[in-house]
Design a binder for this molecule. Structure first.
Ligand code: PLP
Length: 213
């Protein structure tokens, strides 16, 4: 942290619990972890319900690809969605977010690796979409998320994160109240932190290797 000029406490750890049973999440809660990330809607909803018995305030982040027909479950059960990549899904979530809950926190997923990655909105059109999403009711646009194409060396890992950071700074300069740069996973979290990540999404380095996806 400090070697990259970052203050301790400025980066949130999201524990990615996908594929791991609720018992593993419970252990992590006992160890003090509060924010969890899930990729699959039904698996995530099941864990949200299973963990309610703990009576501990947890924060659930949906980070996987989201299909329209599953959006209602996400709008009703999760606190965050990181994988917004089109206006239509944001509009559905806005319409489906219950009034009894706080606004759904959302991040725009941006394709920072061009051809090498298919997920996320194009870097060139992301700004326009961000401004449209920021106007929707029941959602609060918090920031940007990216999953860069895998790279082995540190400098190569930094590049796509730097692009996301530049877009983040641009949008803040244009008046959007963003506070979240969701970037960095087990294999590239140091590079992400060096480039300004405020939230790293870590699965393997916390729970171990997944045996299936
Ligand atoms: C699985 C996943 C992670 C965690 O990946 P690890 O390599 O296990 O740390 C982070 N973000 C997203 C979007 C994921 O799907």
């Amino acid at each position: 942290m400090r070697q990259y000029g970052r203050t301790p406490g400025s980066v949130t750890l999201l524990a990615v619990s996908k594929t791991w049973p609720a018992a593993h999440v419970r252990d992590a809660v006992a160890a003090g972890q509060r924010a969890f990330g899930e990729n699959y809607v039904q698996e995530g909803v099941d864990k949200v319900l299973a963990l309610q018995a703990l009576n501990t305030a947890l924060e659930w982040h949906f980070i996987g690809p989201l299909q329209s027909n599953k959006s209602r479950l996400v709008a009703e059960s999760f606190d965050w969605v990181h994988s917004i990549d089109r206006l239509k899904i944001a509009e559905r979530l806005a319409g489906q977010r219950p009034d009894s809950l706080p606004p759904l926190a959302v991040c725009l997923q941006v394709n920072v690796s061009g051809e090498a990655s298919k997920s996320g909105i194009d870097l060139n059109t992301a700004a326009a979409l961000a401004h449209e999403i920021a106007r929707l009711p029941r959602l609060r646009l918090r920031g940007l998320m990216a999953i860069p194409a895998p790279a082995d060396d540190f400098a190569a890992q930094c590049l796509p994160f730097r692009r996301l950071r530049a877009l983040y700074d641009q949008l803040r300069g244009e008046g959007l109240a963003l506070d979240t740069l969701s970037m960095g996973m087990s294999h590239d979290l140091e590079a992400a932190i060096a480039e300004g990540s405020t939230l790293v999404r870590v699965g393997t380095a916390i729970f171990g290797e997944r045996t299936h996806t």
